[in-house]
Design a binder for this molecule. Sequence first.
Ligand code: ADP
Ligand code: ASP
Ligand code: MG
Length: 241
Amino acid sequence: MLIVQKYGGSSLANASLICAAARRVTGLARQGAQVVVVVSAQGDTTDELLEKAGFVNEAGSAREMDMYLSCGEQLSAALLAMAIGGQSWPAVSLTGWQAGIETDSTHQNARILGLCNGRIRQELEQGRIVVVTGFQGVNGKGDITTLGRGGSDTTAVALAAFLKADLCQIFTDVDGVYDRDPRRYPDAVRFSRISYDNMLRLIQDGAQVLHDRSVELARDYQIPVEVLSAFTGLPGTVVGP
Ligand code: ADP
Ligand code: ASP
Ligand code: MG
């Protein structure tokens, strides 16, 4: 059984949340699953990096922005791998390029093309939990690219597709997909299932709970994706056929 889990920024915002994620993935590994964890930058890190970059150059080059913004995910990945080690399970963190996530060259909005090495598989076969930085990859020139805001979801679905995972779960700060943003509309209604096309319509109407390309990829590869709360771990919404 191969499981891909993705944790968003608010689900990793502090040390105790990092440790909670470490306990969850270690629990799965102890039950015999192979686990790939995709992480976002902690909390508001990406926004803070964007603000800092703006102070030195309001229109910094897209290549340098990718070099800079991709660091947020790298910090999360190493921290989570260390937390998993603290749970007495072997783990390794990999950047987009170490994991072989090949993209086109559209800096700040790159598209994933494929996996160009076998590193994740090799690490899984060694019994390690593999923690992969979301939101980033490498282009043909060897430069770091990023996938656009919210792009870690797409990293997770792409890895689930390329590794033929049995399960792809997106952990976030709400307990599923609703007909409207549940933070703004307390009477929003939660779906237990939603089709790819209806999910894409919600995103077009402004629901940023999933990155649009993650849903397109899930649809193209027919991968069911569960969106659920990192705080409760209770069943969420399955985005599927
Ligand atoms: P993460 O950091 O985990 O990637 P995001 O902030 O990208 O989380 O997405 C989760 C947020 O999406 C929720 O906090 C919620 O306010 C917002 N959201 C907007 N529309 C919806 C919707 N229709 N259903 C669920 N959440 C939604
Ligand atoms: N950290 C990136 C962002 O804030 C990617 C992600 O969270 O998915 O957009
Ligand atoms: Mg997101």
